[in-house]
Design a protein around this ligand. Structure first.
Ligand code: HPA
Length: 249
């Protein structure tokens, strides 16, 4: 099968595509093991779209234990060549407050101990993929154009800091990320983006800001899962118009 026009990976709070009925469901098994859950497939405006919940549909898989290789390989095996990754994140700098949606253009990887390459399998060729621009520019632009066409405000650009989790960061850690130039912080951006590049997939991230990162909220309130989910929920209606726009591009 080589007919998937777009694959969507859903992050925290995004366990389905709103209003979409699946026509197929694939329990994939890859050379790297099983993905986080079934790959759902739907026809949207005449295009086949695959969807995979990164943490599983019941949110049972923490960020450091996601089988990123299997997730991407499963989508690749189904014929997907473009991946729109939805990442729930914390906002660090002013333009990236709660409920903002952003399309980052850079990232810094602070994760550790995750399998971050496809080159570990015996006999595989060692790759040193170009990763200067970690997201596929054409796909980023397609997302931004889709947002503009649908009247959905999207922040263009920004640097995503990928942290280990699953705990949230200390205020000092976020101060360090800010000094490093990060605008957003999340736990799943890496190794996903790097593996996508190794697999030759077009890959871009649509970040949904769920909360101010530690120490960035002027009110200094505690970050709760309820706040995170409520903020994601309040903007998730924007996802389908963006997907439709990307499909039409
Ligand atoms: N930090 C890291 N990951 C996150 C956050 C955060 O504040 N919010 C949602 N995902």
């Amino acid at each position: 099968m080589n007919d998937i026009a777009l694959a969507v990976i859903g992050g925290t709070g995004v366990y389905r595509l709103p209003g979409v009925t699946w026509r197929d469901s694939v329990e994939a098994d890859t050379r790297y093991g099983r993905p986080s859950g079934p790959v759902r497939i739907a026809d949207i405006d005449g295009h086949a779209v695959a969807f995979l919940a990164r943490h599983g549909e019941g949110h049972g898989v923490p960020p450091h234990q996601v089988n990123y290789r299997a997730n991407l390989q499963a989508l690749h095996d189904l014929g997907a060549r473009r991946v729109l990754a939805v990442n729930t994140v914390g906002g660090i700098t002013e333009a990236y407050g709660p409920r903002v949606m952003a399309v980052p253009d850079q990232l810094i990887d602070y994760t550790w101990g995750r399998i971050s390459t496809l080159c570990e399998e015996p006999g595989t060729e060692v790759l040193h993929v170009d990763f200067g621009d970690p997201y596929t520019e054409d796909l980023r632009q397609a997302i931004l154009s889709a947002g503009a066409a649908a009247g959905i405000p999207l922040v263009a650009g920004g640097c995503y800091g990928a942290t280990q989790g699953p705990r949230l960061e200390t205020k000092a850690e976020i101060r360090r990320l800010r000094r490093d130039g990060c605008n957003l912080v999340g736990m799943t951006g890496m190794p996903e983006a790097g593996l996508a590049r190794e697999l030759g997939l077009d890959y871009a991230s649509l970040c949904v800001v769920a909360n101010w990162a530690a120490g960035c909220d002027p009110q200094d309130t505690e970050i709760t899962l309820a706040e995170v989910l409520a903020n994601v929920d309040s903007v998730i209606g924007h996802l389908m118009p963006i997907i439709r726009g990307v499909l039409d591009a």
